[in-house]
Design a protein around this ligand. Structure first.
Ligand code: FE2
Length: 382
């Protein structure tokens, strides 16, 4: 049973759909009209500015018609239809009790208990079919994914990036080479494992995706290791709320310079939250952190204790998953969420990877576009 009433002199519309009640402001409804004078019907962009909508906009009539709400706005005398489904999707009249550090529902945090590595065949990915879509959904959910059975050819990493966007070129170039020759004389050095980290925290914004593509791997060891930074932060918050707050409330500083023309600096917290408390990024990279000088004197010792504890959680073997990359295999990580590292080597041989950066907005765009295309395809088949 659906029912609609107009309240407070036409400035609020109350819609009851069964047990659910939603209120909308007249100005919000008018601004979000979906008609072809207000919105471009192809790209969905708004065609008018707010100052083209009368300040005194009010609703003179509201009625229910099938599965939609039909509103008449004054003084424009404009009649606009809103689908119930759209209104429910965009409902803002609900109590949101968001905990600081909340994570979107379509994310699933993980630790060493994660039983599988989201993987997709290179060929399936290039075809942009349902398997590619499922893989993109997993990358969004878990913050990483593996590509298998790809060609063992230089530059194959660009084919993967083409699926969802563009390479993010940096001072390291369009891509970078990771070549390691492990022999007895340098085994001690290359045997060193790297601490899990996010890349390039000194950039603003940071590259939000990283891809590493394996072309040669004959050395024993050197497995890739990943840690879900969002899981680590959630664990820190549950253990010690004060530590979580310190790392979220104060900025750290990151820096990188070469001896020529590059000098990158950023001032951002290790735990980055949005204005409504959503956990949006972790920056964790001991090599790139410069002198932290934005934490008040009386909080610095505690801040260091918090930073140390987060590092201990990240280093905890219960947090990590490991996998080996064979030639023709690659992995992608959300560089704002998942930390990566390389395990030490235990034998001799060669390892050659090509890496590059890209951005999540392109991956999300490919996901939404593919979702729509596949839905249209199945409706045609039905
Ligand atoms: Fe790295």
């Amino acid at each position: 049973m659906s029912r609609v009433t107009v309240e407070t002199g036409g400035t609020v519309v109350k819609l009851c759909l069964g047990k659910e009640t939603m209120r909308f402001h007249s100005i919000w409804l008018r601004d979000n009209a979906q008609d072809d004078e207000t919105r471009d019907q192809i790209n969905g962009q708004r065609l008018i500015a707010l100052n083209q909508i009368p300040r005194e906009t009010w609703v003179s009539d509201a009625r229910v018609d099938a599965d939609s709400l039909v509103i008449t706005f004054k003084p424009e005398n404009k009649v606009i239809r809103y689908d119930f489904e759209w209104l429910m999707e965009n409902n803002y009249d609900e109590v949101k009790n968001l905990k600081r550090g909340w994570i979107p529902q379509d994310y699933e945090t993980w630790d060493s208990d994660l039983k599988f590595v989201p993987s997709c065949d290179f060929d399936k990915l290039i075809k942009k079919n349902i398997l590619a879509f499922n893989w993109l959904a997993d990358v969004r959910k878990y913050g990483f994914g593996k590509i298998i059975n790809g060609p063992i050819t230089e530059g194959a990493l660009f084919k993967v990036i083409e699926l969802f966007g563009y390479v993010r070129e940096t001072n390291y170039g369009k891509h970078f080479e990771v070549r390691t020759e492990v022999n007895p004389s340098n085994l001690a050095f290359t045997g060193l494992a790297l601490q899990a980290h996010t890349d390039n925290p000194y950039r603003d914004p940071v590259p939000t995706l990283q891809l590493l593509y394996c072309l040669e791997s004959s050395a024993a060891g050197g497995e890739n290791m990943l840690v879900d930074g969002f899981k680590a932060i959630t664990r820190l918050r549950e253990e010690n709320k004060e530590y979580f707050d310190l790392l979220a409330n104060y900025s750290a500083r990151f820096e990188y310079k070469n001896n020529k023309d590059v000098h990158l600096k950023s001032r951002r917290p290790i735990i980055e939250l949005s204005s409504d408390g959503e956990l949006i990024a972790i920056r964790f990279n001991n090599r790139s952190m410069s002198a932290v000088s934005d934490v008040p004197f009386d909080k610095m010792e505690k801040w260091y204790a918090a930073y140390r504890r987060l590092g201990e959680i990240i280093d905890d073997p219960n947090m990590e998953i490991t996998f080996r990359l064979n030639p023709g295999e690659a992995f992608i990580v959300d560089n704002t969420r998942v930390l990566h590292a390389r395990k030490g080597y235990s034998g001799t041989g060669k390892r050659w990877l090509q890496g590059c950066y890209s951005d999540k907005d392109g991956l999300n765009s490919a996901f939404y576009s593919l979702e729509k295309a596949l839905a249209e395809e199945s409706s045609h088949e039905a």
